[in-house]
Design a protein around this ligand. Structure first.
Ligand SMILES: NC(=O)c1ccc[n+]([C@@H]2O[C@H](COP(=O)([O-])OP(=O)(O)OC[C@H]3O[C@@H](n4cnc5c(N)ncnc54)[C@H](OP(=O)(O)O)[C@@H]3O)[C@@H](O)[C@H]2O)c1
Length: 297
């Protein structure tokens, strides 16, 4: 298939594209900079220069392809409304472009919060409407099932880790370095799911080829790594003390990340593993945090 991929040069996009190419697909990537375009071309990917706000470019990219994989996100954490509006607009543009074609539309999302049990692929996203987290994009995309689009959702763990990570865990490392303390919220019993980057990339590629319309996939290898263990590993790596931060002080200490690091999120990928024949094989988050990669300046 000829697959249009946004975010192809990103942390998850790079291994996902690698897998798609190995599976024999042609990849056309959206790239907003010449540097990203050059890196993608070097991997054998065709490039369409453009940006998420250029909806005409997204539309024509989708119309010219047999499938769309949407991984790009503005990740404007200081102004989430900006990222969320772009995400929703992109999803609506792709949905309209693919309507009536039965072509796959694979959308990146995030795992859901806590339910007093591990969340599963069968738990619907509670986020609806443009003001919801991620602009309610998951449910908006699923609306297009009824209009003949083969929508597949991939929910990623909050830590997609590996050498070169620039996601949430490196932010915790930098906070601990700056403050001289690796903190955890409360008693640190809150948990975060995790997956290695290469395993996450494989779920995306398998989602294009092997998932059913409307299927939700969980790119999760570890259901819940205790946040206290994450903080302890960071403390060891940096050689700084480890200690509790009272929940009331979490936002002051961690900034916006305090709201996330204080959560207890546990999520299963049993259904995904069975459906796709996917077995995560990468190192664990704590394995990765036991090496030097996360602590280089
Ligand atoms: N990484 C995680 O731990 C994690 C966890 C949960 C969910 N997710 C979700 O998974 C998806 C992929 O995440 P990621 O970590 O791979 O993201 P990332 O590394 O931040 O990738 C950013 C990618 O998006 C593209 N991009 C950013 N802003 C753009 C814009 N305005 N217009 C066009 N392209 C733009 C970048 O393209 P250029 O190279 O052209 O700049 C780059 O390819 C995202 O939806 C993310 O929210 C990730």
């Amino acid at each position: 298939m000829r697959i249009f991929v946004t975010g192809a040069s990103g942390w998850i996009g790079t291994p996902a594209v690698d897998q798609l190419l190995r599976s024999g697909h042609d990849v056309v990537a959206l790239a907003r900079s010449e540097a990203s375009a050059a890196a993608l071309r070097a991997e054998g990917v065709s490039v369409r220069r453009g940006e998420l706000d250029d909806l005409d470019s997204l539309r024509s990219g989708a119309e010219d392809s047999d499938a769309v994989v949407h991984l790009a996100n503005k990740h404007d954490f200081a102004r989430p409304a900006v990222s969320n509006a772009a995400e929703r607009a992109a999803v609506e543009t792709f949905g309209e472009a693919l309507a009536g074609s039965d072509r796959p539309f694979v959308l990146a999302s995030g795992v859901l919060g806590s339910f007093g049990r591990p969340s599963t692929e069968h738990d619907p996203s509670p986020f609806h409407g443009p003001d919801a987290p991620r602009g309610g994009a998951e449910n908006r995309a699923l609306d297009f099932l009824a209009r003949g689009v083969k929508v597949v959702i991939v929910r990623f763990a909050p830590s997609v880790h590996g050498d070169g990570d620039y996601g949430l865990v490196p932010m915790l490392v930098e906070l601990a370095r700056t403050k001289g303390l690796s903190g955890y919220v409360g008693d640190g019993s809150g948990r975060w799911p995790a997956v290695h980057r290469l395993d996450a990339g494989r779920v995306v590629a398998l989602g294009v080829d092997g998932a059913e319309a409307g299927q939700v996939l969980h790119a999760i290898a570890e259901e819940g790594v205790p946040t206290r263990s994450i903080a302890e590993a960071i403390g060891r790596g940096l050689g700084v003390p480890v200690g509790p931060i009272a929940p009331a002080d979490a936002m002051a200490h961690f900034g916006w990340l305090g709201g996330l690091f204080g959560l207890d999120v546990v999520s299963s990928s049993a259904l995904t593993q069975k459906a796709l024949g996917w077995t995560p094989s990468g190192p664990t988050l704590l394995d990765d945090l036991s090496g030097p990669a996360y602590f280089r300046l």
